[in-house]
Ligand binder design. Sequence first.
Ligand code: BGC
Length: 782
Amino acid sequence: MTKRLHGFDIDAWELRWRGLDLNALPRTESIFALSNGHIGLRGGLEEGEPVGTPGTYLNGFYEKRDFPYAEPGYGYPQHGQSLVNVTDGKIIRLFVEDEPVDVRYGHTGEHERVLDFRSGTLRRDTVWTSPTGRRVRIRTERLVSFTERALVAIRYEVEALDDDLDLVIQSDLLANEPIDSQGGDPRIAAVLDRPLIADFAVARNYSALLAHHTAASGLRMAAGMDHELEAAKRPRCDVHAEEDLARLTIAVDVARGDRICLTKYVGYGWSSQRSVPALRAQVDAALAAGMETGWDRLLERQRAYLDTFWSNADIEIDGDPEMQQAVRFALFHVLQAGARGETRAIPAKGLTGPGYDGHSFWDTEIFVLPVLTHTMPVAARDALRWRHSTLELAKRRAHELRQAGAMFPWRSINGEEGSGYWPAGTAAVHVSADIAHATVQYLAATGDTEFETECGAELLVETARMWASLGHFNGDGLFRIDGVTGPDEYSALADNNVYTNVMARQNLWEAAEICRRRTDLAERLNVDEAEVADWCASADAMAMPFNEALGVHEQSEGFTRHARWDFDATPADHYPLLLHYPYFDLYRRQVVKQADLTLAMYLCPNGFSAEQKERNIDYYEQLTVRDSSLSACAQSVLAAEVGHHERAYDYFVEAGLTDLHDLHDNVTSGLHIASLAGTWLSCVAGFGGMRVCGGEVRFRPRLPPALRRLSFRILWRESRVEVEITGESTRYRLLSGAQVELWHHDEAFTLGTDPVVLKVPPRESRKAPKLPAGREPYRRDA
Ligand code: BGC
């Protein structure tokens, strides 16, 4: 029997929810969201209501909002950006003998929804009895096409179960849907009131199209729909369009046991430049291509696309079926977030909900891009190309802040700084080093010289220039970077945050390396030898605050002298602390919101000795409350490295179930894409011990005690490698491509056509430190 937890059946390749639970609807809208990285649809019911948060998104389509500052200051961003809920094309309403199908009324006998990781579709099967006793079965399936980027397709089938029935189906395009505002949580989006202004509406035969624009950002969009209908009897159809609504109405008699089946194709286009006629042409073309391909072939292509993805990316877990499902769910959503973004940002929530206003953060470069780099490198490249496309804005921002080079925004949709809160926004300058880091990792894994030439070198050089100007030497010969905020947002405007400093150091070294190797690019970017020497001198002298008495690094200078947060006096329901205590208090205490130094030790592994890593982990674990979903996976990686094996697994579980079990109580506003990507990091960098350093890839695999077997695949250069970890040994297999040089626990070897099996040294376990009261990792059995 399949085990059910939190509403979902446990199954390796799908996520199934049985039964109707209206309270769970808002969160399943995020979990069942479909996206190809360009279009995103929340997983609402086709009938449009009941609904938690309606959501249809186009990557990069936003409206500008003015920031109302109580006290303005120099360099404060003047506008923010908010992702727009665009014209909803997934609505299909049904009337049974005049009664609207609405699961809040009548009786819903059977109801299940399935997100299928291999077909890339969301299916639904509902048996509904109207208040006057008429029974219908509704089966739907929808997809956001990975292969036809501008296209959505929905199959909607109704069967008359007991009687001959008069049915009316209304298929809509609906703009400016009402959305409820959701209180004062800063992680939830600002609600835009009617953001779309109508430009054009047309309807003909079975099709219609609406075009709109936004008032302040001046972006234009068009949505169009067309349909195919299969019905035994001839239906009566009517189509019309007005400013914010286009509707195809189909009235048909369906005999008992018969079905009517409607296939709806929805096409989207948007642009900041193109005219309404040009957008209309684009949408018409997408619809024509979709109709020509037809539903069956769209399904086939979707499956073929996913087959390729899984053959590069799958992770197999033996011994924990729930985590097997969670990992595939995670990979599926990471793919959906990044697949067809094509030089647009990957938002923190993907396109699954309005949370964080649809902004992207460093989440992309540090959590999501490692996964894409090793499973779908084209998507990683495109996300970095987006960063590169915003370089001029980043340079302008640096100039405004009196710095050289480029300063990338903390949060943004269009490349401008979208954070109005200075201490945890602009001051989080590490984002620029994070972008440089992802660039270097991508180049190491792919050897993509075209990208290096067009974008990579410039990203490294302009960020290095910024660090060189932001830091300074003082009398002690150290290069200091003062007044910045690291990943831990419970400390702000600190001096020499170790994470920032080691990442900046790496950035400076890598920029120097690329300029020495590619003198053509150095010349093009006006880098001379003196500048390279200056970068190296700064990097070599980078301050790394260390408390000799405690034998640990200071997260930032002076951190270990702060008073400890009183964890014992903090009630469990006062987490996340940011919703219950003022930053004034948090900033003055030793309390860590999320992995900071811990993450630095993973990303710059050679910057710390093994002993330092152990001592640092022992110290900072006791202070880290994981109020951000980005934390558990990073802690898992380091726990695995220092020998806290059970804890590493617990954190992995927490990262993997963050959304499925709604651990942060905010999944309704979208999935946590970084945490989902983090489950891959736990498996590959944690249990697989993978690190990419100096152009080499190294593994230190260790099977977690909870599992019998763990295998994962990575793309490295032109090759596809499988790593299969069992108790005492690890088997490396070349699935395709040329032979590769790899490392296994300090031993170099060549992997060619024959698999290589290597022994795993015995596991040394260390006792994990006590965690802050009430902040133990999530327990499934609790
Ligand atoms: C975290 C940030 C993260 C953001 C978006 C915040 O809660 O502290 O590190 O970038 O969420 O996921």
